[in-house]
Design a protein around this ligand. Sequence first.
Ligand code: GAP
Length: 450
Amino acid sequence: MAATAYPDVMDKLVSLSKRRGFIFQSSEIYGGTGSVWDYGPLGVELKKNLKELWWASMVRLRDDIEGLDAAILMHPRTWEASGHVAGFTDPLVDCKVCKGRFRADKLEDARCPQKPSRQPGQHDACQLTEPRMFNLMFKTFMGPVEESASTVYLRPETAQGIFVNFLNVQQSCRQKVPFGIAQIGKAFRNEITPGNFIFRTREFEQMEMQYFVEPGTDMEHFEQWKADRMAWHKSLGLSADRLQYHQHEAGELAHYARAAFDINFDFGGTLGFQEIEGIHNRGDFDLSQHQQFSGKKLEYFDQQANKRYLPYVIETSVGADRTTLAVLVNGYREEDVAGEDEGRVVLGLHPALAPIKAAVFPLTKKDGQPEMATRLAGELRRAFNADYDATGSIGKRYRRQDEIGTPFCVTIDSESAADQSVTIRERDSLAQVRVAMDQVRSWVQDRITA
Ligand code: GAP
């Protein structure tokens, strides 16, 4: 992928994430698990906020989409029907010299470990094997006997849980086509070349929605979802110039897709534009496969038209972790502060995404200021996440909050007891306003909704 104008901030984010409790390497004390990450106290809040925004826009604010939480373990026939057992494979090549493993179809994106200026196979010493197909699904066994009859898979996408529940949801909720089913959940892929922090991992979360439509109306819905999903990413504060569509050409389409567009985000540096969401027209591939493999009719009955048919499906599939990384990359900046020697690091997160919405500081430890600040922080916590910090200079406290993306800092000072008001300082503009103490909660609340 071509380098872009945006700098590579990945190493800085990995370090900030660990230092401030956003994201830790899994099982770090044992040397870490390859490309698996744990979300710390701030990371879990950030990702939860992101998932809640998605759920609100896809389920809560619409009456044509229902929510679902299907199990990770599914009947193994599911994955035969979906095509994953036979076809969810990547071509793998090994280098006999450096023992590196690469995707044969992505060699141009990889670096030779012995000569990073070249791609694998281009250095004189490289000895690449012939490509062999490698299935990305994790296998395990259900029950006490490890035999092929008890093989189950960790799901590689959440979508199949939606397809097999299509009629359950449609009938229990009396939905009429067009309607959708949405869910958020873990997916697992034994990726050959994971990496770039939480960009490509082996365990991750997807936020997927399948929209069931009458055949013939599918491309119209597809275009609508393409536009809606792009608008959602912009509503998170992702810069418009860092977002673009990528259309899949015939050879690039997944086995189930009739048409597909990715929404790509510019991660900066050499990673550049990469997919964060896929929008696919899956036709009736999945429902007809499940109908055939299960022997159960999955047709929808259109009462008005008095006809039965298998709906086509428009899918929107976005990674919760990858989008979390996108908002971190998008928000990270270092800047000079006028009149101060030290600059500041800021995570310019949208207030709706910020893990902590407001931090309350007593200016000094005198005059009952800590007690007032503690009381105010307690009141704010009833409505949203708030922090209390009384240590270090006020400048240091501001910097600590800037670095984790807190949009508002509230200071109790020597006037507060007399005039029952506080100073609120805004993270990005650095503007300060005086607000009545009993208005702080609603003042912040008004500014943190998406
Ligand atoms: N159901 C369709 C599907 O799974 P996909 O393009 O393979 O489509 C959708 O995945 C989204 O899931 C991607 O756009 C990406 O955000 C996320 N994703 C896929 N593989 C991932 C991985 N190994 N690590 C993190 N996120 C991943």
